[in-house]
Structures are given as C-alpha cells and as structure tokens.
Ligand binder design. Structure first.
Ligand code: SAM
Length: 287
C-alpha cells in the first residue's frame, strides 16, 4: 500500500476515492492534492510510500524496460510475502477471498470443466488453483513475467495437491502469445494485470488475444478505472478510462463491454469483457 495509492497492489480493499463505492472510478492518485490529502488522512502510510518511491527510482535506473522493471518489483515483493506480492494485503484469508471472487464470477458466467483457460499474470495461483481444480486435466494455462511468483505458483500446486491436473505454467516476456495455438482458449482471464501495465503492453495483448480465443470465447480483464486524466503512480500502477480500453480493443477487431455486474463486488478495479467482433462473446463453447 502506498500513500498515493490506497487501493494497493490488487486494488482490493479500498473504496473508490471519488464515489465511496467498491469498483468506482479513481481520482488522479498522482496529483499533489490527492497525495497531500491522503498523507494527512493516513500518516502511517507515508514511510511505506517513501520506501516505494525510493525503490521505484532505483529500479527505474537499473531497468528501463517495463517488463524487466516489474519483474524486479515482483521479485522483491514475493521475497517478502507471496500473498502481498499479488494483492494488497498479506493475509491468507484475503488472498483466498480474492481468488474465490474471480472463480465464482467466471463460474457464474458459464465456466465448465471442459473449457480451456489462459490466465495472464497468474501469480501464485490465487484464483488459478480453483480453476485448475474445476477444469479437466491439462485445461489450465497460466503465464506470468515473474520467475519468482511462478516458483510460488508451483508451491501452491503442491500444497493443494493439484499435480495430477497437469496445469501449464509458463514464463513469458511479452503478451504476443506466439507460442500458443490458434483458437484454443474458451476463456482468457487477466485479473489485476493491466492495472500494472503501460498502454503498449495492454495494446500488445489486445492485438494478439483474438487469435488464441476459441469461437465464442472471451477475454476478461480488470483495470484501475479513472473518469478523469489517465495516469500512473510510480511505474507500478496505471489508471485508464473505459473508453480508451474499449477503443483499443475495437482497433484490433474485438468488441468490448463494461461488466456492470462485477461493479457490485467488493473490488476497486473494474472489468471489461472482450470477444472477437461478430461473435456473441458471452457463452463459452458448449455452455
Ligand atoms: C497483482 S498480481 C495478480 C496475480 C493474479 N492474477 C491474481 O489475481 O492473484 C499481477 C500479476 O501479473 C503479473 N504480470 C504483470 N505484468 C504482466 C505482463 N505484462 N504479462 C504477464 N504477467 C504480468 C505479475 O508478475 C503478477 O504475478
């Protein structure tokens, strides 16, 4: 958690800075006014934020490339606490709750055991462990840029006794999906990944995701939403306008819609669903 970013890594526990409701749009957390107000309201957050600013400056000097930079952030955070590295709060109970929320949402939207999932930014399988358990053997594919968190993902698999479900866990350097087959995945899922991604990463994903989606499949992603100026806090947290992301999806032949029912859940990020234009993009194959 930072003084400038009360929503923290996962955007989970805080209420919207502007609306007071979970899932509402965020104010510009980078603005001086917001930061001063937040520091006055939460003086205890100031030292942690100062540490994060120092780390950001140091890592930026060492890694000009965003992926390299974010890998280093994840390595440092994972060493401290794998639960905190993928979410705001290191509590195991919150880690489980956030994973369950993602899982229940997709099951509520028709996810069935025969479906195939690609999870982008799978982390330490907070939701992945539930997908793996639910899906047929070999139907879960998790990718991440962080070797450190993928090692933790393996630990989660062992702890949960999920080895026989043979999930794929793969380290990636970009989101071109070039090593994955055409039309394979019924669901592509990215929770709290674009909230840490600059526009070029988001756009690369939207450019290529249509190729790996099965007919009738969809891609769900969460994002830190703002209704004001798009901005970032340090090089870790990014806030986008809904129209920008829907526009980027359209540019790459996809249709996109804002998921209103996700807003009802206690999570500070919003969700967009993308499908290949001309398809229904709602029901997954056979559901
Ligand atoms: C906040 S964590 C969320 C992890 C998981 N989705 C969950 O809900 O528990 C973000 C994850 O995305 C990964 N990540 C960030 N940028 C990525 C990118 N461009 N491609 C793949 N993974 C990425 C990070 O390494 C991290 O594991």
């Amino acid at each position: 958690m930072t003084a400038a970013d009360p929503a923290g890594r996962d955007g989970n526990p805080s209420m919207s800075a502007s609306t007071g409701a979970p899932g509402g749009p965020s104010r510009n957390r980078r603005s001086l006014t917001h930061r001063v107000r937040h520091a006055l309201r939460h003086p205890k957050h100031v030292p942690a934020h100062a540490r994060r600013v120092a780390r950001d400056t140091w890592l930026q000097l060492r890694h000009r490339d965003h992926i390299e930079y974010y890998r280093a952030v994840m390595a440092a955070d994972t060493a401290r606490s794998p639960e905190a590295a993928v979410g705001h709060n290191p509590s195991v109970e919150k880690w489980e709750r956030l994973g369950r929320m993602q899982f229940d949402y997709l099951v509520g939207h028709g996810l069935q055991p025969h479906h195939r999932i690609l999870e982008i930014g799978c982390g330490n399988l907070r939701a992945g462990r539930l997908f793996i358990d639910h899906l047929d053997t070999g139907h879960y594919y998790g990718i991440d840029i962080s070797p450190a968190i993928l090692m933790e993902a393996q630990r989660t698999l062992v702890r949960e006794g999920l080895q026989s479900k043979l999930p794929y866990l793969t380290l990636v350097a970009d989101l071109s999906f070039s090593f994955l087959p055409d039309g394979h995945f019924d669901v592509v899922h990215a929770h709290s990944v674009f909230s840490h991604s600059p526009t070029y990463v988001v756009e690369q994903c939207l450019e290529h995701v249509g190729r790996v989606l099965a007919p009738g499949g969809f891609f769900d992603f969460t994002f830190g939403r703002t209704e004001g100026t798009e901005h970032q806090v340090l090089h870790e947290d990014f806030y986008y306008r809904t129209e920008t992301l829907i526009g980027l999806a359209r540019k790459h032949g996809l249709s996109a819609r804002f998921m209103d029912d996700w807003e009802e859940l206690p999570h500070a990020q919003s969700k967009i669903r993308v499908s290949v234009r001309g398809e229904r993009g709602e029901g997954t194959r056979g559901s």
